[in-house]
Ligand binder design. Structure first.
Ligand code: SF4
Ligand code: SF4
Length: 411
């Protein structure tokens, strides 16, 4: 694609990056078929190719309107289009650049602005979010049904296993996950403890920065990233093997630290090393011997696995979880169109409620078509969002595996 970006933008590093991404798009349109928003809305401007065109127009100095921003807001950042694109267009990175550019030039309405500010002020801070969750639980009768469905019951947590092994990994606590589902990381710690690995919590590294970054507060997002790097770096230097992440949405953000902070002289080198040292829990477990007596095959029930977009398209981890669960004795049901977005997409389920619910209905129908006893996934956002739309239990797959390994040990 030919471009004519404004001189000012072209001279900046970000502008050069955008220019090179724009030029890599050949307009073939292969990406349209896999884009959920194009499928639902049927408008080219709600497709990857249409959004690329809008971003090009904006960076070339053409007028930008609230409508431009709406089409960019409607993108789920599921990156299904990146996986499909034969030319390797880095659409996700271009969208980040385009969104930041548009955000600073078109004012949002009062309600939209306040909503986004509220989300950025509460979600990345576990204590604030826990308090908001407590208040929501206490006043459920006052809230609309669509909201109360998304409030999970309180989870009682058991003690964290003692750090007794030489093999040690750090774990990202996260921001909303410890409040919504503290048992996910606990299950990972117990499971790894049985495999001879100690998982070490780092209370100073909470939010990975994804919430702010994807709400177009990119600089705030990078500050969260710097805090995580400051917390993890000395521990990595002391010999920790790496950082395990149980939420694929956060994992995708941490994997990007190196690229996003490449121009920050104080952080660039450490950010790249932190990204390289981060792993989704599935990647770590896949490298472990799971055919021990603790994981003896035996019928453990039917499970439908929902692959989060961040796991499949951003981290490129596909089929690994299914294969681990099968080895452990679970029966995996066939899920049509696996890898399609469930509509959670960070704060998308709050800001684009209607589209998000449509996608959830579609995904649940696909997931439940094989009559599973449970649905499993790998990202807290997807788990909470799907659970709000079905009576079938939805859990993190690591919790299922940990329970199964406990039962096997008791035999
Ligand atoms: S598939 Fe890739 S090259 Fe083709 S239009 Fe979409 S983004 Fe551009
Ligand atoms: S990231 Fe997902 S929603 Fe956005 S344009 Fe690509 S396929 Fe469509």
């Amino acid at each position: 694609m030919q471009t004519a970006l404004t001189e000012l933008i072209k001279l900046s590093r970000v502008g050069q990056e955008a220019d090179s991404i724009l030029r890599s798009c050949v307009h073939c349109g292969f990406c349209l078929a896999t884009c959920p928003t194009y499928r639902l809305l049927g408008n080219e401007l709600d497709s990857p190719r249409g959004r690329i065109y809008l971003i090009k127009q904006a960076l070339e100095g053409n007028p930008i309107s609230a409508e431009t921003r709406t089409h960019l807001d409607r993108c789920l950042t599921c990156l299904n289009c990146e996986t499909t694109c034969p030319s390797g267009v880095r659409y996700g990175r271009l969208l980040d650049i385009g969104r930041e550019h548009v955000e600073t030039r078109v004012r949002r309405g009062t309600w939209d602005g306040l909503m986004r500010m509220g989300l950025r002020t509460v979600l990345p801070y576990t204590h604030r979010f826990s308090l908001a969750l407590k208040l929501a639980r206490a006043s459920q009768w006052l809230l609309p049904k669509a909201w109360t469905a998304s409030i999970p019951p309180h989870q009682q947590s058991d003690p964290w296993p003692e750090a007794r092994h030489n093999r040690r990994w750090l774990v990202l606590d996260g921001c909303v996950q410890p409040a919504l589902a503290p048992n996910i990381n606990l299950a990972a710690a117990r499971l790894l403890d049985r495999l001879g690995i100690s998982l070490i919590k780092t209370p100073g590294a909470r939010c990975c920065g994804a919430v702010s970054y994807h709400l177009n507060a990119q600089q705030d997002g990078l500050d969260f990233a710097r805090r995580c790097i400051d917390e993890w770096w000395p521990l990595l230097e002391q010999g920790m093997q790496g950082i395990i992440i149980t939420a694929s949405g956060c994992g995708a953000m941490v994997k990007e630290y190196g690229h996003l902070l490449r121009d920050d002289p104080a952080y660039a080198a450490r950010a790249a090393k932190v990204s390289a040292a981060s792993r989704d829990i599935a990647e770590v477990l896949a490298a472990e011997k799971l055919d021990t007596p603790r994981f003896t095959p035996g019928k453990k029930g039917k499970v439908a696995f929902h692959t989060p977009c961040t796991l499949a398209h951003a981290l490129g981890v596909q089929g690994t979880v299914e294969s681990i669960l099968k080895k452990a004795g679970f029966e995996l049901t066939t899920v049509p169109d696996s890898g399609q977005c469930c509509g959670s997409a960070g704060t998308y389920s709050i800001l684009q409620g209607e589209l998000s619910r449509k996608l959830r209905t579609e995904r649940l129908s696909a997931l439940e078509s094989g009559n599973p006893q449970q649905i499993a996934s790998a990202n807290i956002g997807c788990i909470n969002h799907l659970a709000a739309g079905t009576a079938t239990p939805v859990r993190h797959w690591v919790e299922l595996l940990e329970e199964a390994s406990r039962q096997d040990a008791d035999l």
